[in-house]
Design a protein around this ligand. Sequence first.
Ligand SMILES: [Zn+2]
Length: 449
Amino acid sequence: MAETTFTVPDLASFLGLDSLGLTATGMRIDGGSALVECRLQALEEDAFCRVCGAQGVAVGTVSRHLAHVPVGWRPTHLLVRLRRWRCQGCERVWRQDCSRAAAKRAVLTRAAVDWAIRAVGVEFMSVSRVAAALGVSWDTEGDAILERAKDRLINDPGRLKGVEVIGVDEHAWRHTRKGDRYVTVIIDLTPVRDRTGPSRLLDMIEGRSKQVFKQWLQDQSETWRKGVQVVAMDGFTGFKTAAAQALPDATEVMDPFHVVALAGDKLDECRRRTQRETTGRRGRKEDPLYKARRLLRTGAGLVGDSGWERLEQLFADPQNTPVEAAWAAHQKIMAAYRAKTPAQGKTRMEKVMQTLKTGVPDALEELKSLGKTLVQRRDDILAYFDHPGTSNGPTEAVNAPPGTPTRHRPRIQKPGQLHHPQPHPRRRLQTTATTPLNRKSHVCAPGGV
Ligand SMILES: [Zn+2]
């Protein structure tokens, strides 16, 4: 390791309090959360009345509780002690100004707002997860973050330079009784494609509609629009229409993450329908189908021996045949994105589409509907394989080749070869490789894992 110089450990610089104008004076860590007591760095400048200019006398302190950037997954809050002053001339009372640390009435520090914007807009964390990490209720703060995101982005006009690949997606921003409110998030995926860095947030706009996205595209310069080669998006057709109209020369790519999610949702639908049809009610926790709901959506390579046994038992019941078919389709779609080369992936995906288009009996309504969507978006789905790395979602994390920055590396293990279904009735599921004899015996042992 290169020569390293250490400085004295310092909580304030570790937590980035300097930039907020704060110093740490104490801390309390209990269980899942940390509270850091702070005061303002500058004590004197506020001591004079802004109205009459007379000197104030200190009359106690007030505290402000702010959520700060979490350390790890532990919500980290600040208790900022502010001095109160009373003017000797006009009796006005005021407190120290901590606007550098947080906006008026805000619950989050400015640093926490920046963290949240990045977490939601670029790192694809769900809004509720971000709120949980910060240790705040989202409803109070979501809108403030949106405002701040706008401010920050508008102050950075250079952000649009050199953009060739963009991703567009929607986030449920706030759940209200009247329905959810959405924001459309536009990010720059050029550095991801070129493997030069992480994606960058370009803009956040309230609402999600064809019109919102189209208007945004039209507000950009013509030169900029001409520079955009690829638009990655989810299954929402409004975005597609907007992109086709405003960026006629760009290639639209449907994001792998959303394609896989679509197949997974159809699998869930099919499982629930099968449950209803076989038992006449919704799944309960003791029902095998219900119990297997997560296992069914797990990629083949991540299923352990006991998982395979459970799947085998489940699919041995002829009533569950529709679920097996939906499961196989979902697995094949995932496998296509995990193929060794884009060309192989493309061939596999074309095969899946062909099967779903022609080889599905009417009774398998979920697969029919999946096939219909895939065929409708065929070009956009296949375009991904010609433009690898143009993904919005976490799939880029699933698919990224070695050498990509860590944040784009697989978070889950790469699965092995899918099993090939064999004809009924003496069918056995092939596990990924030949299972060593010693492991077989342990699986068969009573109470085995
Ligand atoms: Zn005064």
